[in-house]
Design a protein around this ligand. Structure first.
Ligand code: ZN
Length: 382
């Protein structure tokens, strides 16, 4: 722990494997466990930074792939970086661009040096390497940046062996390429749904001396049971004194199950994507606000929810906005959905500090009215 360092992770409390901490960054403290909403195009869709601030959002994520293609990282650097460009003063995390290249780009060709791909916007050709990803992320200027990695389909052993080896070599190149002292570079563990590869990857990435570690390549089609097993294998290896980030995960039960197994950070497009499809997240499951049953319902989405939407508007009004295709619908439902996930993270943190996380986790998962998971939603208490 060094107060002169721009980054340090402070463990505040622990219960079992669950941890409450504070990640100190140049743009402020991030209390953990934390959920980060995604601002793909340097905007969390339908929300102003003031609204995110009112929700007490500690961290947001922006996508390197999208911002590199449009408006361009040089332009953002000329505008002073992402923080002033998008009017957000609190911590930002950027991904490496790797995941989007592998999932969005129209055509891609991977070799040991990097990836050549065709833009999904205009078909132009581009090349992303570990060095280029770091240079883009240094131009964007987020507080936390990610190593360039390769994510393989979870059950393809041969591809995962190859992608993992590349990910490890690229991690070293990212560390060498990094110049800015005011950004923390996190390493990413890969290895698909294979326990031995995950363990090997966690050992290699942990040995590289990153200030934080992420688990990539999960929530990409594997079973919940496999996701939980991989988290356990990896977290048994990763050092306790550095933050652990489970990438792209944001279902309420996944947050609980992740923290249960020692995860500190999450991000997901789910709350805002669902909001644009009329779905509200609640502690007991998902509600489709379009359903006719809501037409004359004077109650809020969740009785007792402290978000702006639930304090001011009925389900009937929200349904009316959706039917009339009013833009405010996406804003109000996004506010509620993001509040729900931030509140779960805050609730877990308080429960860990109060040493009652076991009970909190068990009760939360039991109250999920709809089974949102296949397999073992409720972790065994041992
Ligand atoms: Zn609400």
């Amino acid at each position: 722990m060094n107060l002169n360092e721009p980054f340090w992770f402070e463990l505040v409390a622990q219960q079992g494997k669950a941890r409450a901490g504070i990640l100190h960054t140049p743009h402020g403290d991030i209390p953990t466990p934390v959920f980060a909403p995604v601002g793909t195009q340097a905007t969390v869709k339908a929300l102003t930074p003031a609204q995110l601030d009112e929700l007490d959002t500690p961290l947001i994520l922006a996508n390197t792939y999208h911002l590199y293609l449009r408006p361009g990282d040089d332009l953002i650097a000329d505008m002073g970086g992402l923080h002033p460009f998008m009017g957000w003063e609190r911590p930002i995390l950027t991904d490496s661009g790797g995941f989007q290249v592998f999932s969005l780009a129209k055509m891609r060709k991977v070799d040991d040096e990097g990836v050549t791909f065709k833009s999904h916007i205009d078909g132009s050709m581009h090349r992303l390497t570990p060095e280029k990803s770091i240079a883009i992320q240094e131009n964007l200027g987020a507080d936390i940046i990610m190593a360039f990695d390769e994510c393989a389909p979870p059950y393809d052993r041969e591809y995962n062996e190859q992608a993992m080896a590349r990910t490890h070599a690229w991690a070293e190149r990212c560390l060498k390429a990094k110049k800015r002292p005011d950004q923390a570079l996190f390493g990413i563990v890969q290895g698909g749904a294979f326990a031995d590869l995950r363990e090997q990857s966690a050992r290699a990435i942990a040995a590289s001396g990153f200030p934080g570690h992420a688990i990539g390549g999960l929530s990409v089609g594997e079973s919940k049971a496999d996701m939980h097993a991989m988290i356990e294998v990896v977290n048994a290896v990763l050092p306790d004194d550095k933050p652990r980030y489970l990438m792209g995960v944001g279902m309420p039960d996944d947050l609980i199950n992740g923290v249960w197994r020692g995860i500190d950070m999450f991000d997901c497009v789910l709350p805002t994507r669902l909001a644009r499809h009329q779905a509200a997240m609640t502690p007991t499951g998902r509600i489709n606000l379009m359903n006719a049953v809501n037409a004359r319902d004077e109650h809020p989405i969740v009785e007792g929810c402290q978000c702006y939407t639930c304090r001011h508007f009925s389900r009937a009004y929200l349904r009316h906005l959706i039917v009339a295709k009013e833009m405010l619908a996406a804003t109000l439902v996004s506010i509620h959905n993001i509040h729900t996930l931030l509140d779960i993270a805050r609730g877990m943190r308080q429960a860990i500090i109060a040493q009652c996380f076991d009970q909190y986790a068990r009760e939360f998962l039991m109250h999920l009215a709809q089974p949102q998971t296949a397999g073992d939603a409720i972790p065994g208490l041992s």
